[in-house]
Write a protein that binds this ligand. Structure first.
Ligand SMILES: *[C@@H]1O[C@H](CO)[C@@H](O)[C@H](O)[C@H]1NC(C)=O
Ligand SMILES: *[C@@H]1O[C@H](CO)[C@@H](O)[C@H](O)[C@H]1NC(C)=O
Length: 401
């Protein structure tokens, strides 16, 4: 009888102490039980009970596209990267007091050796504490989340500049584990990849992003995750900085055809001014452009503008030479007014007068045909390049499992 009362008292005591345990004490107890006791255990992947294959699912949320550097061919992203897997060694008895245990020491448990294949620079955020979380659920599920900033290599093709589109690829692989040991997947529920903020880089607009995963065959087979970001270039920068100013300069170079023919100095000055301004616009623009700015589309436009500007200059001179109002050189020669200096010019004028070119035709051409041809060129240029960049098919990479 006495022993029974003692036993029940002891049981009560145990129960009481169990009940009076605080949540931190409970959590500590669980962690003491489940966390690996020695380093070697941390290095070993959990597998899945029946095989040595750990499936790691991921989600990736891009907080911001910080920069797209055309000259270096790189893209900088700030992102949340989350990985989900199951480690049966971390199982514990569920209780009603908490849903999971949060730890923030990534050295305490096994974590996947995922890395960014095309990373140039990368850092994790450390202020105020390292920006990472690890949640351990009673069934051994683990969520491992980190805030990262990565600069990825993104080779760009400027052949169609400024009507180009760029595709930047983000690629994740396991550094050491082959696909037999570690399988990477996007988490299927909802959208595994997201972009939170619209692209602040004014030059490029994010059109869409496509996520995929699969197997890559190197010396061994590795699992990979990928996201392709598709960007189209906004045209406003080019329009304001090169197209519009160039077109205006070409327009200005036509003004001389409408002003008094006697003012040859003013006419030549306007033509020359337009040509020089155009060269300055070109220089200023090319300073800020990606290295291979001399794409076929840009070159064809600027070369055409330059040709029209030079044509205007030449036409101004020709129109002056053929001007009827200028004193007829033959008469001057006959009247003996010709001096030494004027001799050469007069000879040239006489030569020009003999050419079958009619001044009125020249003037008509300069005033109407040249602008018409230039306008036609502009329309064809923008319609064809615009259509080309809009119709370009976007190839969506295959998703394999
Ligand atoms: C473990 O992985 C193997 C091979 O990938 C698979 O066939 C098996 O169904 C998995 N077992 C569990 C419990 O997920
Ligand atoms: C990689 O996978 C392919 C296709 O499944 C297979 O034929 C090949 O043997 C694998 N290579 C290695 C090194 O495991």
């Amino acid at each position: 009888m006495r022993s029974i009362t003692l036993l029940s008292a002891a049981l009560l005591c145990v129960l009481q102490s169990e009940c009076s345990k605080t949540i931190p004490e409970l959590k500590k107890e669980i962690l003491d039980q489940i966390l690996p006791k020695n380093e070697n255990e941390i290095m070993i992947a959990p597998g899945n009970l029946t095989s040595d294959c750990t499936v790691v699912e991921s989600t990736l949320y891009v907080l911001n596209i910080d920069d797209i550097n055309e000259n270096k061919g790189e893209i900088s992203l700030r992102l949340y990267f989350r990985q989900y897997w199951k480690d049966y060694r971390l199982k514990y008895v569920q209780n009603s007091l908490f849903e999971y245990i949060l730890i923030n020491n990534e050295e305490a448990i096994w974590t996947p050796d995922t890395f960014f294949v095309n990373e140039k620079k990368g850092r994790s955020f450390e202020a105020l504490r390292p920006n990472l979380l690890i949640r351990i659920f009673p069934d051994g599920s683990v969520i491992y989340s980190k805030k990262l900033s990565v600069t990825l290599e993104c080779p760009m093709d400027f052949d169609k500049y400024p009507f180009d589109r760029q595709v930047c690829n983000l690629r994740l692989e396991s550094y050491g584990n082959t696909i037999d040991n570690l399988k990477l997947k996007w988490k299927t529920e909802s959208n595994p990849v997201g972009v939170y903020s619209e692209n602040p880089v004014p030059v490029f607009q994010l059109q869409k992003f496509v996520s995929s995963y699969g197997m890559v065959e190197l010396q061994k087979n590795y699992s990979f995750l990928a996201v392709d970001f598709y960007f189209s270039r906004g045209l406003s920068y080019s329009i304001y900085n090169i197209y519009l100013p160039s077109i205006v300069m070409v327009f200005i170079s036509w003004l001389p055809f409408w002003i008094n023919k006697k003012l040859i100095t003013s006419r030549l000055l306007i033509s020359m001014g337009a040509l020089l301004s155009f060269i300055m616009i070109l220089c200023r623009f090319s300073e800020r452009q990606p290295q291979s700015q001399y794409s076929s589309s840009m070159l064809s436009f600027t070369a055409t503008c330059a040709s029209f500007l030079i044509l205007s200059l030449v036409l101004s001179v020709l129109l002056h030479i053929f001007d009827k109002d200028v004193e007829d050189p033959i008469k001057i020669v006959e009247s003996g007014k010709l001096n030494e200096n004027g001799g050469k010019k007069m000879k040239l004028n006489i030569l020009m007068k003999k050419l079958p070119c009619k001044e009125s035709w020249l003037e008509f051409g300069a005033r109407f045909i040249v602008p018409f041809v230039f306008g036609l060129f502009c329309v064809i240029y923008f319609v064809s390049w615009g259509a080309l960049s809009a119709d370009e098919p976007i190839t969506v990479p295959m998703t394999k499992s």
